[in-house]
Design a protein around this ligand. Structure first.
Ligand SMILES: Nc1ncnc2c1ncn2[C@@H]1O[C@H](COP(=O)(O)OP(=O)(O)O)[C@@H](O)[C@H]1O
Ligand SMILES: [Mg+2]
Length: 501
């Protein structure tokens, strides 16, 4: 056998030799084996006749031969074929020209390589790639990956939403330095390379801020990792979540706990106060009774009479305190009625109208004439107003301007009353304590410290709120907020005029 034929036979790929007119002049052992045929069944036939049982040549776009003949150059084509057993296979058919001395194509070698496995792997790989990309994109956590220089390579949808940046948008390349406040990106890298924050290459959950596209700082919870390839750092990735909702929840929680603690304190102090008041009330009644009896049977010694008078006066003061304590703990029955806030104010001021208290005080009323009904216990509420007034007058040392304002927020269904004085103001360090029972800055015998705590309790009981709106060297404004009483729309005006009469 000619050596050329032997070379051809020993090719590990099935191969044919064709003439330019497509007639098959040779087929190697591997080819005959692959198709299970003898030489006589193929030699002398054209390739289109053998492969497709067709008298005509294949369409130009399906056959690489014309290209090989035109350009005297090898060419290949990828084909999907179905084997006689029905299997789908991918074949890479390579056509290589054999040129004569003049450089013309004399023969063409066609070899067939089975690339089914490669194709399958390729498909699997692109499937994995697509899946990974979907996984990253659909994560509700923000995911960002950057190369060694810090240039952002991947930013998923959640990260884009949170940062306000858009990766597809042109413009300058985004880097991790753009995402963090100054020095932070470097600090994160430092921690990533250190052993102390989850091991080298890892950063366990950390609270940091980043800067969004609008320049705002946003608190996030971040975990990060370095991606290595063959022991070399090639990229970094970070996964993060917006901390704002969590922080808001925490704040709400702390607030609520503080409120609960406060009202619990008030309640237990109320019980204590009520207990003490009841205990003292009985002996006190006795003291007053016997002192008065003594007073009546007393001889005319004026000095002794005066001493007895002092006893009675002090005992009466005690009785007054006990009464205050009982009101503070509100051991009295509550009777609510619907009343206009302006009428309530007038009613309360009337109760203290005659006092010398007001001699040097200008009273200003800035009252809205809108519908401002509240459903409250009139006597309790007048105590609120009187307490606020007495405190204001005290703070002004009985000289100054006392302003009352009423208004409403229709949408929020709230009615407001402001009591403003031009007094000494409340020191900052006392602000958080003024509503505590027994807190007073007044000298002994003047203040009991029960006024504002009583006010607070009553307002809370009426589903309202009281706060210091403003305080300073120019005076203090207390703001009382009450739920407005809602009438049926059509009867509103009628009822209002009744109530205002
Ligand atoms: N309008 C006000 N201006 C300045 N300080 C005030 C005012 N109202 C209350 N305070 C402060 O709050 C404290 C507590 O008030 P309160 O509970 O009524 O007790 P009391 O009047 O018996 O001291 C007062 O001692 C005073 O320091
Ligand atoms: Mg007071």
């Amino acid at each position: 056998m000619e050596w050329r034929a032997r070379v051809f036979d020993s090719l590990s790929l099935p191969a044919l030799i064709l003439k330019p007119n497509r007639v098959i002049v040779s087929a190697n052992e591997n080819f005959l084996k692959k198709y299970g045929i003898g030489k006589e069944q193929i030699l002398g036939r054209t390739c289109h006749d053998f492969f497709y049982q067709s008298k005509d040549t294949c369409p130009y776009e399906n056959c690489p031969l014309p290209e090989v003949l035109d350009k005297n150059r090898g060419h290949s084509i990828l084909r999907r074929v179905t084997t006689p057993t029905g299997e789908e296979k991918w074949e890479d058919r390579v056509f290589s020209p054999i040129l004569d001395d003049r450089g013309e194509v004399r023969y063409i070698i066609e070899s067939i390589r089975d690339v089914t496995e490669v194709k399958a792997l390729e498909k699997e790989l692109s499937g994995i790639r697509e899946f990974t990309s979907k996984l990253i994109q659909s994560s509700t956590s923000g995911i960002v990956a950057a190369d060694r220089q810090g240039k952002i390579l991947i930013m998923n949808k959640a990260a884009e939403e949170l940062t306000g940046y858009c990766m597809r948008q042109s413009g300058k390349a985004l880097t991790v330095l753009d995402l963090y406040p100054e020095g932070m990106a470097r600090e994160i890298m430092k921690r990533l390379r250190s052993e102390d924050f989850g091991g080298v290459g890892k950063l366990l959950s950390t609270r940091v801020n980043f800067i969004n596209a609008r320049g705002e700082e946003i608190p996030i919870e971040l975990t990060a990792a370095i991606i290595y390839e063959g022991g070399e750092e090639v990229a970094t990735m970070g996964i993060f979540n917006d901390l704002r909702p969590k922080l808001a929840d925490e704040e709400r929680m702390t607030h609520m706990l503080a409120r609960v603690a406060h009202s619990e304190k008030m309640a237990s102090l109320g019980q204590l106060a009520a207990g003490v008041a009841h205990e003292i009330n009985n002996p006190l009644t006795g003291i007053l009774l016997y002192a008065n009896m003594l007073m009546e049977s007393m001889d005319t010694d004026p000095a002794k009479k005066q001493e007895l008078k002092n006893i009675i006066e002090d005992a009466q003061r005690c009785a007054e305190i006990v009464k205050n304590l009982l009101t503070y703990s509100r051991q009295t029955d509550k009777q609510t009625e619907v009343i206009h806030i302006n009428s309530l104010l007038d009613y309360s001021l009337n109760l203290i109208r005659d006092q010398r208290l007001f001699i040097q005080i200008d009273v200003v009323k800035e009252l809205s004439d809108e519908m401002m009904l509240v459903q409250v216990d009139k006597n309790q509420m007048s105590q609120v107003i009187i307490n606020l007034v007495i405190n204001a007058v005290d703070a002004m040392n009985r000289q100054g301007t006392l302003t009352f304002r009423t208004y409403r927020d229709k949408q929020a269904q709230k009615v407001y009353l402001e009591v403003a004085d031009t007094g000494c103001g409340i020191a900052l360090e006392n602000l958080s304590r003024i509503f505590d029972p027994f807190f007073t800055t007044k000298e002994p015998g003047k203040g009991t410290g029960l006024g504002l705590s009583t006010v607070y309790g009553i307002i809370k009981e009426n589903d309202g709120n009281i706060s210091v709106k403003e305080t300073g060297s120019k005076g203090t404004t207390f703001l009382v907020e009450l739920p407005s009483f809602q009438l049926q729309q059509d009867s509103e005006n009628e009822a209002a005029s009744d109530l205002l009469m």
